[in-house]
Write a protein that binds this ligand. Structure first.
Ligand code: HAM
Length: 422
């Protein structure tokens, strides 16, 4: 039986990897221009990290984790997200005792046992940033400005930014009680999931996709009206800073996010033109997470962007054409007897920074010329009897079809003068 890639995973083939490299570069350059530095954490962690960090009552922990026991019977989990691993690394390496805020970014695969569909996979990729050690509302604004800047650089300006405040531990506890009291009489009308989770976290019901749940709890108390003065002030400053920087947003009372660590500012960014999975990114403050994981009381804020969804958006809405990566030179060896000279030439071209290749399929000279055309190489260099005996190479410009006979250094200079101006 043929072995295929597991459901919800896929291969990134070379014709697509150019797009990945393009968005990865924009993300890295943007984050670095905002003072973030890259962190790489392991692909698997102790399961407890996510149980404590992301929260037992969340869909991610209760239904979607790829957890397994290793040979020493430790429970490990393929990371479903990157925030808890960053907080773990901050504590483990005592980084919090240095200069704050610490600003990190990461990029890589995450794993969730989700129901696969367009824009939703079991192995997917996130680009994320995390900033630890400051509770300034202007840092919240900076994080959101970075998110928006990345979309702008990708040419995806037509976004909707949803913003809410989830309060601090004090006002959230009060609000939860009020919400619980409101929901309790209608609990029978909630969907199965909400009936299970509303006791643990009634805010989750606000986030439910089922219209019947929203109908059942209509008239529910709004968190915004119950924020404590500190949280109100924090949220107003974030909004003022976004307005001052020309970032438009929608205040969204129903935005609660699917992970338990959030407090205060929470946000999601949608690209409405890309279908059902329109949330390309999300994030917020998580001021209690580092303490929850056994570290000091250090605040944090960040976001993650889903790379597959951005690629989908670039395909559907993007303005950029991606050209196939091509060679600078294809070396055509006209006669088997000169294979060694052909290989030496190709090696020298590569050493001198020229992207070069040759045939290894035993093709005739004519077939190699045809093959060179398929590789879309800018130049062909021919290696035949006359060339070897008289110490020159024949350079063919595949665009102008012009052919010249040149010594090796002249050849390299001519090729470089064209490819360096590309
Ligand atoms: P999240 O909202 O769970 O947040 O994920 C962020 C983004 O990852 C989503 O908006 C979506 O684009 C993408 N994503 C999530 N699940 C999938 C999937 N199964 N397939 C494809 N894309 C997916 C977090 O993960 C938080 N750690 C973000 C954060 C960082 N908050 C603070 N700092």
């Amino acid at each position: 039986m043929q072995v295929k890639a597991p459901r919800g995973t896929y291969d990134i083939l070379p014709q697509d990897s150019v797009k990945w490299q393009y968005i990865e570069k924009i993300m890295r350059d943007s984050a670095e221009s905002f003072g973030f530095r890259e962190i790489r954490t392991p692909l698997f962690e102790h399961s407890e990290l996510f149980q404590r960090g992301v929260g037992q009552g969340t869909d991610i922990v209760s239904k979607e984790m790829y957890s397994f026991n290793d040979r020493s019977r430790r429970s490990l989990t393929l990371r479903p997200e990157g925030t808890a691993p960053c907080a773990r690394a901050l504590i483990e390496h005592g980084i919090y005792s240095g200069v704050m805020p610490v600003k990190w970014y990461y990029l890589g695969p995450m794993f969730r046992y989700d129901r696969p569909q367009t824009g939703r996979y079991r192995q997917f990729h996130q680009f994320g940033v995390e900033a630890f050690g400051s509770n300034s509302p202007y840092l919240d604004a900076e994080i959101i400005i970075l998110l928006v800047e990345i979309l702008r650089r990708l040419g995806l300006d037509d976004y909707e930014l949803h913003l809410n405040s989830l309060g601090c531990s004090v006002c959230r506890d009060d609000y939860r009680q009020k919400l619980l009291q409101h929901i309790s009489p209608f609990k029978e009308q909630l969907c199965q999931d909400c009936q299970q989770r509303y006791m643990q976290n009634p805010l989750r019901v606000l986030d439910c996709k089922m219209e019947t749940c929203h109908q059942a709890i209509r008239g529910y108390p709004i968190f915004y009206d119950h924020l404590c003065p500190y949280c109100q002030e924090h949220y107003s400053r974030v909004q003022a800073a976004l307005q001052a920087n020309g970032v438009s947003y929608i205040h969204d009372n129903n935005l609660v996010r699917g992970l338990d660590y959030y407090s205060n500012t929470a946000f999601e960014i949608h690209l409405p033109g890309i279908g059902a999975q329109s949330a390309v990114g999300g994030g917020g403050r998580y001021d209690g997470l580092v303490k929850e994981l056994g570290g000091p009381d250090i605040p944090g804020i960040g976001f993650a962007l889903g790379m597959e969804r951005l690629l989908l958006a670039l395909d559907m809405l993007g303005k950029r054409e991606f050209s196939k990566p091509s060679l600078d030179v294809f070396v055509v060896v006209m006669n088997d007897a000169y294979e060694m000279q052909g290989l030496q030439l190709v090696s020298e071209l590569r050493r001198r920074g020229i992207r070069a290749d040759k045939d290894y399929g035993g093709r005739s000279g004519k077939a190699q010329m045809k093959y060179a055309g398929k590789t879309a190489a800018r130049f062909v260099v021919m290696v035949g009897e006359e060339e070897v005996e008289k110490h020159f190479w024949t350079l063919r410009d595949m665009q102008s079809k012009e052919q010249r006979q040149l010594g090796q250094e002249e050849l390299i200079d001519s090729i470089r003068s064209v490819i360096e101006t590309k």
